[in-house]
Design a protein around this ligand. Structure first.
Ligand code: FMN
Length: 319
């Protein structure tokens, strides 16, 4: 048991949050992380192998997954709230279900937003704020608007990349020095050395996504887990201003096109038209679609259970 500002706030054994990942963070994974001493967090589209249309169906699926997680753990877990101006994101519906199901931890991604933060606070929620590109300005604004924790995300991360290009190693102390609330470090943290480095740089805990993609309990397809386990940083390509992917025929073409024309939006659209991360990561089409992982992919060499991964990440916490 580690006692610091994060474990006290999240009521967890370890200062560890499992980062939400679209399609890939379902009830089984989320509950396993909370059982192992971290905070599991639902991302969008949990437990799905195809797109669900309509707000009602979306809410039913989210409610079903939350209830499933409650059967699998007695610990609390969180949910991802994506602030974006698109109805397809279903932010309000996700908040509604989360409040009805009495969840208390909200990983809110996007620029600090008073209305969203106020709603969460009105339901006694804890706000883990993560603007996609952390800056001193948005960190201090998030704190002022009521965020309880701020996530400093570096360019090493998997998923949508910060636009500043600032690496995790410099983002953490910059943000930690600017805030009074606790800071979680995100981006490229795949083993206990990364955890120790994040804490040494001023973070109070870690926010880990990619490492959990290969966990036994993760819904990532088996073939994709194998592709990640043998993947190398030297085989990753930048396919747009905000996406990096393992190289295959499709992503190589996108990367060449992006290097020539710098039109990231066009490439992002063609990825999203194919279903985003769904085909490559959930359905196993790793040879033809996008696999998103952090730059520390060379360190992801064993799968194992969530419990084993958490114990490995946190091994120096128990000393
Ligand atoms: C495959 C994948 C999908 C992601 N999807 C989401 C998402 O839906 N919502 C979100 O807030 N962040 C998403 N992220 C970002 C993570 O929440 C987190 O910031 C990131 O994984 C931390 O860096 P790491 O991957 O180096 O551990 C995703 C990351 C990955 C790798």
């Amino acid at each position: 048991m580690v006692i610091n500002s994060i474990t006290s706030l999240l009521k967890t054994k370890y200062p560890l949050v499992q980062a939400p990942m679209n399609w890939l963070t379902d009830a089984k994974l989320v509950a396993a992380v909370s059982n192992a001493g971290g905070l599991g967090v639902f991302g969008p589209n949990p437990g799905q192998t195809k797109m669900i249309h309509g707000a009602e169906s979306h809410m039913n699926q989210m409610r079903h997954q939350i209830r499933l997680a409650k059967q699998l753990t007695d610990h609390e877990f969180g949910i991802n709230i994506v602030i974006e101006d698109k109805p397809a994101i279903h932010m309000n519906e996700t908040l509604k279900v989360a409040f009805e199901e009495n969840l208390h931890y909200f990983a809110v991604v996007g620029d600090p937003n008073q209305a969203v933060y106020d709603q969460i606070k009105a339901h006694s929620g804890i706000i883990i704020a993560r603007p996609l590109t952390p800056t001193i300005y948005n960190a201090q604004l998030a704190e002022k608007l009521g965020a309880d924790v701020f996530v400093a995300t570096g360019y090493d991360e998997g998923g949508i990349l910060p636009q500043s290009g600032q690496g995790t190693f410099t983002a953490i102390p910059m943000i930690a020095d600017a805030l009074n609330i606790p800071v979680l470090a995100a981006g490229g943290i795949n083993d206990h050395r990364g955890v120790n480095a994040a804490l040494a740089l001023g973070a109070d805990g870690v926010y880990v996504g990619s490492r959990f993609l290969v966990a036994e309990e993760a819904p990532t397809s088996w073939a994709t887990k194998q592709a990640i386990l043998r993947g190398k940083y030297s085989e990753m390509v930048l396919i747009s201003h905000d996406q990096r992917a393992l190289m295959n025929t499709f992503t190589k073409k996108l990367a060449t096109d992006y290097a020539q024309h710098h039109d990231g939006q066009k490439n992002d659209l063609s990825v999203s038209n194919r279903g985003g991360l769904l085909p490559g990561m959930r359905l196993g089409k790793y040879e033809t679609d996008v696999i998103s992982v952090n730059t520390g992919i060379n360190l992801i060499r064993s799968c194992g259970s969530v419990q084993q991964i958490v114990e490995d990440l946190m091994q120096d916490m128990n000393k």
